[in-house]
Write a new protein. Structure first.
Length: 432
């Protein structure tokens, strides 16, 4: 059902919005694009003019990154965990983190701890005959290697819980959350010091593996980014002629709404996506890449409004498919794609939730490629809502509701239990 916003206090034409996937998606897209154009025009600027502002900003960053790469400079900022813990992160690192929207935290966990967790996960899955019972891929989002998966639908191993609720993880998450504006207009959008322990899977890629990787994409949503009222408010400055004020670090309106259901959705608000390295990984062995420009989201959101895009097209973005970033529509952004440096076991890797990322292909991988996915998902209305599902899944040992209903761990006796939770864990699951 179409609705138009009743909150039209700025004198600009309101936007139609759809709280669930419209029955007639092409006509909804035509309608929202016409409304977005009309709204921008009513502000006294053209879509082309507004897009040119963001394009200039992003192209400058791309040139800066390409030049830095040519000089052999590192693109990903790095910080030692000890500096986060001591509150001594250098201002230059903070400003690089803001500029690039991504970070490697060295020694987030002691190396021996990470290696012990890696072994603990192997013992957990082998001891529970996971491979004998593995039924194959339940979603088409990730690719598999041979008969064993690359992404394991395992959520409740003791090592995962220990990492999620550890003090070291909580400190880094709070530091990352603090890079955002969590309070504005008298609203506290999220609590930077409390994480909601978003449960995700693990990846184990063995030596010798061939992997096609993942093309550049985004994870925060698909067409709902334009069609849901909450997101229209998140991106309000892109759509009301004040594009210069668009700030990718402003959490306003991000933490209350929801999004369209689908197998690629994340119900939680994440300030940063992230993973914890469980082994050493060389930079040329099929690692994570990002377009380290948080403002590129503005480019992606405005690009479909230009005249060369079909009226019912969104530059390849479709419901229930990862948001693709392609040569056809987003060519100027791609030269900035930059991989993580060599990673050691115990390091963590983080990237802004709106950021374009990919995984490079690899042939005959040297060494393992093992990570636990653990984001920063601070406590907020949206994450509190999802925490209810997480609690139920944790207690029953089932797959969390954002993921395929595979439920491998339901009957595994040595999975993490309520008695294994510390105060951070209990708070994160909303039990205290
Ligand atoms: Fe992704």
């Amino acid at each position: 059902m179409t609705k138009t916003s009743a909150l039209n206090t700025d004198g600009l034409p309101p936007l139609p919005h759809w709280d669930s996937v419209p029955d007639d998606l092409p006509s909804a897209i035509r309608a929202v694009k016409a409304a977005l154009r009309a709204r921008i025009a009513a502000s006294g600027r053209s879509v082309e003019e507004v897009f040119a502002v963001i394009e200039r900003r992003v192209r400058d960053r791309v040139e800066e990154i390409v030049a830095a790469k040519r000089r052999g400079e590192p693109i990903w900022p790095e910080v030692d965990y000890a500096d986060i813990a001591a509150g001594t992160v250098a201002p230059a690192v903070l400003s690089q983190l803001h500029r690039r929207g991504c970070l490697v935290v060295r020694g987030n966990f002691p190396r021996e701890q990470a290696l012990a967790w890696d072994q603990g996960i192997v013992d957990y899955i082998e001891g529970n005959q996971f491979f004998e019972n593995y039924r194959g891929l339940a979603d088409d989002f990730f690719d598999s290697v041979g008969s064993k998966p690359e992404i394991y639908p395992i959520y409740w191993s003791p090592p995962q819980l220990q990492a999620r609720q550890s003090d070291r993880m909580a400190r880094v998450q709070a530091f990352l959350n603090d890079q955002w504006i969590s309070e504005s207009d008298g609203v506290r959008w999220f609590d930077p010091d409390r994480d909601s322990l978003y449960p995700d899977r693990i990846r184990r890629r063995p030596p010798g593996a061939d992997s096609k990787g993942l093309g550049p994409h985004l994870d925060p949503g698909t067409v709902d980014l334009w069609l849901i009222q909450g997101y229209q408010q998140v991106f309000r400055h892109l759509f009301d002629g004040t594009v210069e004020r668009y700030d990718p670090w402003d959490a306003a309106h991000r933490t209350t709404g929801s999004q369209y259901a689908g197998s690629t959705m994340c119900s939680a608000f994440r300030t940063f996506q992230g993973w914890t390295a469980l082994c050493d990984m060389a930079h040329d062995q099929g690692v994570l890449h990002t377009v380290p420009i948080p403002e590129a989201m503005g480019y992606l959101m405005l690009r479909p409004l230009l005249a060369d895009v079909p009226p019912d097209g969104m530059c390849g973005v479709r419901v229930n498919q990862a948001f693709p970033v392609t040569r056809e529509w987003h060519e100027p952004l791609l030269p900035a794609l930059s991989g993580v440096p060599d990673i050691q076991a115990g390091d963590t890797v983080w990237w802004h939730c709106d950021m374009i990322h990919s995984v490079a292909p690899v042939t005959d991988q040297q060494g393992w490629g093992n990570v636990m996915y653990i984001p920063a998902a601070p406590w907020c209305p949206r994450n509190e809502r999802y925490a209810e599902q997480v609690r139920a899944a944790f207690l029953a040992g089932t797959s969390p509701s954002d993921f395929p209903a595979e439920h491998y761990e339901r009957d595994w006796d040595n999975r993490a239990r309520v008695t294994d939770l510390n105060a951070t864990g209990r708070r994160g699951l909303g039990l205290d």
